[in-house]
Design a protein around this ligand. Structure first.
Ligand code: ZN
Length: 501
């Protein structure tokens, strides 16, 4: 029974194993490797990527998929077997559209561009990054042509990170909630004197920060028997299997937030991977389904739980015990307000929940316009600053604080940014459904009990891995597609109280 399926599965496991081996090398590069290892590591990663790509796009995959589809005829849509064939077929169709020389050209252009971007950002000099970025944009336009698209080239790129969603849909979702965010931020600004966050900017011993943050994410349910945490310059989460999930973080000795909320964020990603069904592990379905859904998990734990009052009702006494000199006299209300301060800022990664999606909308407008040929790379700094002024009422003092701040474009990651904003929207949608199913969740959180929420997420989201795309999953869970209504209502409720609006 299901003989072909087993053959297919063995073939796909070989490919997944190669990709997981690459992930180990990549994790090592970002956490342990001495700088001298860079050239050899790039070559090792390229070899693994080539072998994996050849194995996956070869005729064997096509034949096994076809034979298995015949064998499974009539099986349920959401069965492991049917989902494996359906999702892998889509992966395969996309992978074979990209010629090997295009893949190599992108790999070369982006590995060169990374250093150029880092230097340009350091020197605050966009022009020295311009030609490298022009090359990448050209390659991404070419990629869109290879992949094909329903309406506009940017659709093809977007689909690589969020399967099934179109540029027009993203634009519509953004258009609906942008004016509401702008209005909310303007109102908050009139009440800015309500919140003071200076208590968070004090000296905080790094070992104590680490101990506290590890306790918190352990309490959330991140399983350290099946994962670990290390240091890196840019925090991230990765997995080698659902029993080996890696989180990274960085610490600032004079600001509490980056490590504390960063750990909650990465643990949210990590718990998603740990929650994927064992039967899917090591296959193309083992892993989070899309970047947007992934980000919904990290933002849910970081913000909806980690920046909530019930949570700090439980956690603040412990934080005060860890930092009695700095926080001994701080009450819950003051602390809660401080961690939720809203301030238009130039840097996306430092943005609060109210302004964050505007940072994304700006990038979405610019990158989709570049791919459509409507904005030239040379004009980016000016286009960036004009929009920034219109969105936030402030103008970046330098390109370093503006158009040069993000690593993504230098890595060829165009079409990626919207998923951050979609993740915020989905976090509120999923959380609302969770508390509808289990009204005790907020009071559980106030008692340091997180398993009601985590098991709801495991049952409804995590266990499915990549079986369903974001829209299918969201409809199954909430009965509707992604929307901004829940997120906006969440922000309005939260900030009305904090700012006394
Ligand atoms: Zn994230």
């Amino acid at each position: 029974m299901a003989e072909q399926y087993q053959v297919l599965l063995r073939h796909l496991r070989d490919i997944t194993n190669l990709n997981r081996a690459s992930a180990v090398l990549d994790w090592d590069q970002q956490t342990q490797m001495p700088p001298g290892g860079a050239a050899a590591r790039a070559s090792q990663l390229a070899t693994l990527a080539r072998i994996s790509h050849e194995l996956f796009t070869g005729e064997t995959t096509a034949r096994l998929l076809e034979d298995t589809a015949h064998e499974l005829d009539g099986a349920a849509y959401d069965s492991d077997e049917m989902s494996m064939v359906r999702v892998t077929q889509l992966d395969y169709e996309e992978a074979v559209k990209l010629p090997a020389d295009h893949v190599a050209a992108v790999s070369e252009a982006t590995s060169l561009a990374h250093a150029v971007w880092a230097k340009a950002r350091q020197d605050n000099h966009f022009q020295s990054f311009q030609s490298a970025l022009e090359r990448i944009v050209d390659l991404m336009i070419q990629r869109a042509d290879y992949l094909g698209y329903p309406d506009q080239p940017y659709d093809a790129l977007l689909n690589g990170y969020e399967r099934g969603i179109t540029t027009a849909q993203v634009k519509q979702i953004f258009d609906v909630h942008k004016p509401e965010l702008v209005a909310l931020i303007a109102t908050i600004r009139e009440h800015a004197n309500q919140v003071d966050d200076s208590i968070l900017h004090q000296p905080f011993d790094i070992d104590k920060q680490r101990d506290f943050a590890l306790d918190i994410v352990k309490g959330f349910g991140f399983d350290f028997e099946r994962g670990r945490q290390d240091l890196s310059v840019h925090p991230f989460a990765t997995h080698f299997s659902n029993n080996d999930v890696r989180l990274t973080t960085r610490f600032l000795s004079d600001f509490l937030n980056p490590a504390l909320f960063g750990m909650m964020h990465e643990a949210g990603h990590g718990m998603y991977e740990q929650g994927v069904a064992a039967a899917l592990d090591g296959t193309p379905l083992g892993g989070g389904t899309s970047l947007g859904v992934h980000e919904s998990q990290s933002r849910l734990w970081e913000n909806i739980v980690g920046r909530s009052k019930p949570f700090w009702n439980w956690a603040l006494p412990q934080l005060k015990a860890a930092f009695p000199t700095q926080l001994g006299n701080v009450d819950l209300d003051t602390f809660y307000k401080a961690i939720n301060v809203v301030k238009p800022s130039f840097i996306r990664v430092e943005a609060d929940e109210a302004t964050y999606n505007l940072h994304i909308m700006l990038r979405f407008e610019l990158e989709s316009a570049m791919i459509a040929g409507k904005v030239k790379v040379a004009d980016l700094p000016e286009e960036w600053n004009e929009r920034f002024e219109a969105f936030f009422g402030i103008t970046p003092p330098s390109d370093k604080m503006g158009v040069l701040q993000d690593i993504h474009w230098s890595m060829g990651l165009i079409g990626y940014f919207p998923t951050y904003a979609l993740g915020n929207l989905l976090s509120a949608q999923y959380y609302n459904k969770a508390i509808q199913d289990h009204p005790s969740i907020p009071s559980d959180i106030a008692n340091g009990k997180f398993d009601t929420l985590l098991s709801w997420l495991q049952t409804n989201i995590h266990q499915h891995g990549r079986k369903f795309n974001a829209d299918e999953l969201t409809r199954r869970i909430t009965g509707e597609s992604i929307q901004s209504r829940d997120y906006i209502a969440y922000l309005q409720r939260k900030y009305s109280e904090i700012y006394g609006i």
